[in-house]
Design a protein around this ligand. Structure first.
Ligand SMILES: Cc1ncc(COP(=O)(O)O)c(C=O)c1O
Length: 253
């Protein structure tokens, strides 16, 4: 993979200094970021990603970035990049995180560069043979993954934790809810107390199924949880089909 970097209005080499070593975002991590999927050389859902970038910045007390400037940067990067079609992994192996997400944190729900907690939780999952760590929040509710949202398939429905659980308002999560409903599938946001973290016991017992969503994963069934093989859910697979079809037809939903 070739790395293409754009900073402050120009493309810079990967070995070139582009930020000051005392930039506040570097020293303390009060920065914001987005990760987008590129489909056929074009960014998927860029308008939603830019809106969230601005929301995250405002949540940190930072001025929102100049949207046109970021769009110009994205265009410059895409023009300079070679587009290799990277396949998304079709499924995930997940492990429960020993640490909770603090849903009362002032940065809960913001996509900030203060991601060290996520890095540590993900490393824990990797050490257990998984590729994602699933976090509770401080009151024992199911929350999200380190870089993904979670969905639970149970009782003929596909449910995702309420945003007040402290999870990020994932763009894939929102589109799964919107496009799933549009396709007549039983997908909805759960009530705040509807998905305790212990629902993962139902997953390992085969009474429920788990799925992850993110820009890097799309819709991914979890097929292994804490060492136990678990089955993909039928609604999950149907939603994945709808999502993958729609994202090719609606580039900036
Ligand atoms: C903590 C966290 N939750 C959820 C997501 C999924 O969000 P999206 O679907 O917008 O990629 C991400 C994305 O990186 C994330 O970092």
């Amino acid at each position: 993979m070739t790395l293409v970097i754009w900073a402050e209005g120009r493309l810079v080499g990967s070995d070139e200094a582009a930020l000051s070593a005392v930039d506040h975002g570097i020293t303390v991590g009060d920065g914001v970021f987005e990760t987008c999927t590129v489909l056929d050389g074009r960014v998927f859902a860029l308008t939603r990603h830019l809106a969230r970038l601005a929301r995250s910045a405002r949540g940190l007390g930072l001025e929102a970035p100049d949207e046109q400037k970021v769009r110009d940067g994205v265009a410059a990067v895409l023009a300079a990049a070679t587009h290799e079609a990277g396949a998304m992994a079709p499924e995930s192996h997940s492990a429960r995180s020993p640490w909770p997400r603090n849903e009362r944190s002032p940065i809960a729900g913001l996509k900030t560069t203060s991601y060290a907690e996520n890095v540590v939780a993900l490393a824990d999952a990797k050490a257990k043979g998984a590729d994602e760590s699933i976090l509770p929040n401080t009151v024992g509710a199911l929350c999200e993954g380190t870089g993904s949202n979670v969905f639970v398939e149970r009782g003929g429905e596909l449910l995702t934790p309420h945003l007040e659980s402290g999870c990020l308002a994932g763009i894939t999560r929102a589109l799964v809810l919107e496009w799933g409903a549009e396709a007549g599938l039983p997908v909805r946001e759960a009530a705040l107390d509807e998905l305790p973290f212990s629902v993962l016991d139902d997953v390992t017992a085969g009474r429920a199924q788990l799925a992850l969503t993110s820009s890097g994963r799309n819709v991914q069934p979890v097929t292994w949880l804490d060492g136990a093989p678990v089955a993909a859910g039928e609604i999950t697979l149907a939603v994945r089909e709808v999502f993958e079809k729609n994202c090719r037809e609606r580039l900036d939903p």
